[in-house]
Design a protein around this ligand. Structure first.
Ligand SMILES: [Zn+2]
Length: 232
């Protein structure tokens, strides 16, 4: 159900090729809703290849009708090589969430290796190209397993509303160089990019329903509390 929003009939989803990983795996988006929809929402199910519980949320979302006025872009796997190898990093050993071009800094710690320069990795370039093209009003990046929502910037009221509905703690984690939300929130003022850190393990069915409701709130632009402060 789409609640207060009218629903578009379930349209046949289309797949868009965004690029290829270091090892040549395709990186794709599933697009739901018409190009004419004014509000684009991007969800990335997995950027760290060993933190992929969010993929199940995107799969469930793809089976539901899309509210009128909304176009959903679902990128299940931005780091398919990492997922195949069950590693955080891509096949170059790069933490893609330290490879984005805003306030990039070299990080040599292998867990968080930044790559030799910003945008050195094809997966990061694919994401940047897509985001520059569709300029999503809201982007949600799923990670694990800190069990919280990081209201990274933009309108923090949107992320806070998501957290309340999903049953997660809303907070602001310390700023890190070269992250995807940091780049988006800086580069596209008026848009909101935030992180959902799911608990460890798979998403249980009750939690899945809560996340789908929370995504509906993002689609309809619900927000709660301060747009700038980090309080719960
Ligand atoms: Zn992560």
């Amino acid at each position: 159900m789409c609640g207060a929003l009218a629903c578009s009939p379930v349209a046949r989803a289309r797949q868009v090729l965004l690029g290829h990983s270091v090892q040549g795996r395709p990186i794709t988006a599933q697009v739901l809703g018409p190009d004419s929809a004014p509000r684009k929402i991007l969800l990335v199910g997995c950027i760290h290849g060993n933190e992929c519980a969010g993929v199940a949320i995107l799969s469930a979302l793809a089976r539901r009708p899309v509210p009128r006025g909304i176009q959903l872009w679902l990128v299940r796997e931005l780091n398919p090589d990492g997922t195949a190898a069950d590693t955080r990093q891509n096949a170059d050993g790069v933490d893609l969430n330290r490879n984005f071009p805003f306030q990039w800094e070299p990080v040599s710690n292998p867990t968080y290796y930044s790559g030799p320069r910003p945008l050195s990795e094809p997966e990061t370039r694919a994401a940047v190209k897509l985001i520059g093209r569709i300029k999503p009003a809201v982007t949600i990046w799923y990670h694990q397993h800190e069990d919280l929502v990081d209201m990274a910037g933009g309108d923090r009221g949107i992320a806070r509303r998501y957290a309340h509905l999903a049953g997660l703690r809303a907070t602001c984690l310390p700023f890190l160089p070269g992250t995807a939300p940091g780049w988006e929130n800086h580069t596209f003022p008026g848009t909101t990019s935030f992180v959902v850190e799911l608990p460890a393990g798979a998403v249980a069915s009750a939690a899945l329903a809560r996340h789908l409701r929370a995504i509906r709130s993002v689609e309809s632009g619900e927000h709660v509390g301060s747009s700038t402060a980090c309080g719960p």
